[in-house]
Ligand binder design. Sequence first.
Ligand code: NAD
Length: 286
Amino acid sequence: MNILDGKALSIKIKEEVKFEVKKLQEDEQITPGLAVLLVGADPASAAYVGMKSKACRGAGIYSLVHEMPETITEASILDTIHMMNTNPNIDGILVQLPLPPHVNTTLILEAIDPKKDVDGFHAYNIGRVTTKLDAFIPATPYGVMELLKEYNIDVKGKNACVIGASNIVGKPMGTLLLNKDATVTTCNIHTKNLKEHTLLADIICVGVGVVNLITEDMVKEGAIIVDIGINRLDDGKLVGDVDFKNVSPKCAYITPVPGGVGPMTIAMLLKNTVKAAKQRKERLNA
Ligand code: NAD
């Protein structure tokens, strides 16, 4: 069994990003900027935003967190996004999800200028990713693909089982694997007999949020397992969706939680922000 070490690769990527930021500042007098909208006081969301801001600072990216109360109106969030869309110092806009139930998430995500949509959740970017055009790729599945690439894992022709079908994790994960010629099955909560699908898989990417969803009997010998899930146990420990202890001996490769996909997500967000800043520079020079 080999560990897919997302932490190590994320450090490497963050160093590359830092170098690119320095170059942009020196050569073009541009500092990439990321604006984050945090609505409400959910501790997990606040923690994720904190990690993203810290990573930005570490890489020399200007970051701004706009905090709003849980009761904020949809109109006020839209106003803030419009303000950020027109702010020339902001290259990337990220709305930390989930939003409160009274807010229409799609409406909010669609209000972000696609050129600043560094999370890659706008339909414009989703469509372009699906058609293999240049776009902002959602950071989590992007990070998974980079991790597989780092370990020379070619997904072409492999059976890939993606479990979880959200717009931000599962669906783009399936799309990226398909774009690299894997045979993809995407499962969701209504999938009948999940094990039937996972047992056929050379690669399993699971992002659901259920502790121990993937057990030893569901995995074939030599499979590659990517655990995207993040679950906090009562004792505060972070675990994924895979029963790591019993599944890992059967795998060729597996990501740990923590230290697998999580750090890659943040690294790819920084990479997307620098990409947006470079595109700003190109537009200015055009
Ligand atoms: P979500 O709730 O939007 O979607 C969950 C998906 O899982 C749905 O498609 C649902 O149908 C499916 N599902 C639920 N129970 C299932 C079951 N028993 N069998 C099969 N499918 C099932 O969640 P999300 O935002 O996509 O996040 C999923 C998980 O990934 C969470 O644990 C989240 O914390 C984690 N996550 C991790 C990162 C990271 O950087 N590692 C980033 C984003 C999300």
